[in-house]
Design a protein around this ligand. Structure first.
Ligand SMILES: NC(=O)c1ccc[n+]([C@@H]2O[C@H](COP(=O)([O-])OP(=O)(O)OC[C@H]3O[C@@H](n4cnc5c(N)ncnc54)[C@H](O)[C@@H]3O)[C@@H](O)[C@H]2O)c1
Length: 358
């Protein structure tokens, strides 16, 4: 990682770069753990663990728990397997879990730790762009229920997050793009200047990419600190996710569709929900066009057929943001500013799909 970045002093700190490993080792030196379990998936075991393990300075026994990579494994069955391994290998209330991986590992590992013996300490070490700027921060942990995203989960903060962008060196390009979607979202909902840096992606100085990651984490942290359990402003982070999650679920369950990465689904969701915002008199046409063209320049078009739309609308009913039976959207009022708890008629969603396809 190039530039030294200051720790974000959240309720539980977010450290960058070498400072993260220093803070972790200091924590290990001053807290008596019975043992440490590192949860990884098959890829982070291969690509990230060899870098992470040598940074640990501790005499405590370290065990590695690996599960097969992929969203398809972010389910309760994987949790049961891990809870069993923890039990068999002697984990107790003084065990520390360290999640080294993307959003699947941090979501699932955080949930496993938060529920094992009513909750043990865990630390997130995100290794994808998406988990650095979003999933590892803010204390949402959970798993999918069938094809329904994140239906089972808890709010619970890791005791610290360590973000080291060196892990991105082995991350495939499409996964980098996926993470970019959440960075774009942070700009769109909260910081117009930040968004504007992505309008001409070719002009981005990738030597400064760490600074862009840092700002994204700051935005996410600021929002979740104001509203940790999503009663209010935290709902703004759901921009693009109401339709995005429904699309992601639909593509996940449908054998005729290729599975979408989380960020790919959110990118479409952001275009669709921006169209809804424009139709509701919030965004101007110029703003909408700028959002659509910027996102379309980064992400491939997803093709929707007529028969796809109805089941996607049906999936919205399961969205966790629903309250009292109605579907709630977070819509952009103007770039950098968001309006939560917006009701949207189906007709506007259908029009948004029509425009996306055009
Ligand atoms: N908790 C939250 O607030 C929150 C927010 C956004 C997204 N999420 C969740 O995050 C998940 C998506 O996260 P993701 O995009 O990180 O997916 P992921 O964890 O599946 O990682 C993507 C792929 O990259 C591999 N990988 C990870 N790090 C690597 C590295 N350094 N080098 C090479 N390969 C690597 C993984 O094995 C996986 O195959 C979804 O389940 C989503 O629901 C959670």
């Amino acid at each position: 990682m190039s530039n030294p970045l200051p720790t974000i002093e959240a309720q539980n700190p977010i450290h960058f770069n070498e400072k993260g490993y220093e803070a972790l080792n200091q924590h290990l030196a001053t807290t008596k753990y019975s043992n440490i379990f590192i949860i990884v998936d098959s890829n982070t075991n291969e690509y990230c663990l060899p870098k992470f393990l040598p940074t640990l300075e501790t005499d405590v026994t370290i065990e590695i728990i690996e599960f097969e990579n992929g969203e398809i494994n972010k389910n309760i069955e994987t949790c049961v397997e891990i809870w069993n391994v923890l039990t068999e290998l002697g984990a107790d209330r003084k065990t520390l879990v360290i999640n080294v991986g993307g959003g699947v590992v941090t979501d699932l590992g955080g949930f496993v730790a938060s529920t094992f013996k009513r909750g043990i300490d865990f630390i997130n070490v995100p290794t994808t762009l998406l988990s650095m700027v979003d999933a590892s921060v803010g204390g949402k942990n959970g798993v999918d229920l069938g094809n329904l995203k994140n239906q089972i989960g808890v709010f619970n903060l890791p005791i610290m997050v360590i973000i080291d962008t060196d892990y991105l060196e082995t991350l495939p390009q499409n996964e980098m793009r996926s993470g970019l979607a959440e960075m774009l979202k942070h700009g769109l909902i909260f910081d117009k200047n930040y968004w504007e840096q992505f309008i001409n992606l070719k002009a981005i100085d990738f030597a400064d990419f760490d600074a862009l990651i840092y700002r994204s984490v700051e935005i996410k942290n600021e929002i979740v600190t104001l509203d940790p359990t999503e009663k209010n402003i935290r709902k703004s982070l759901n921009f693009g996710h109401t339709l995005g999650h429904a699309i992601e679920s639909y593509f996940l369950e449908n054998e005729n569709k290729t599975t979408l990465l989380h960020g790919e689904a959110i990118a479409v969701g952001m275009i669709l929900e921006s169209h809804v915002a424009f139709n509701k008199g919030l965004l101007t046409l110029e703003e909408y066009k700028q959002i659509k063209s910027t996102i379309k320049a980064i992400f491939d078009d997803i093709s929707f057929e007529e028969r796809d739309i109805e089941p996607i609308l049906e999936l919205l009913i399961h969205d966790k943001k629903n309250e009292y039976g109605s579907i709630q959207f977070a819509l952009i009022e103007t770039i950098g500013k968001i309006k939560i708890n917006q009701l949207v008629e189906n007709e506007l969603i259908l029009q948004a799909f029509e425009d996306y396809k055009s």
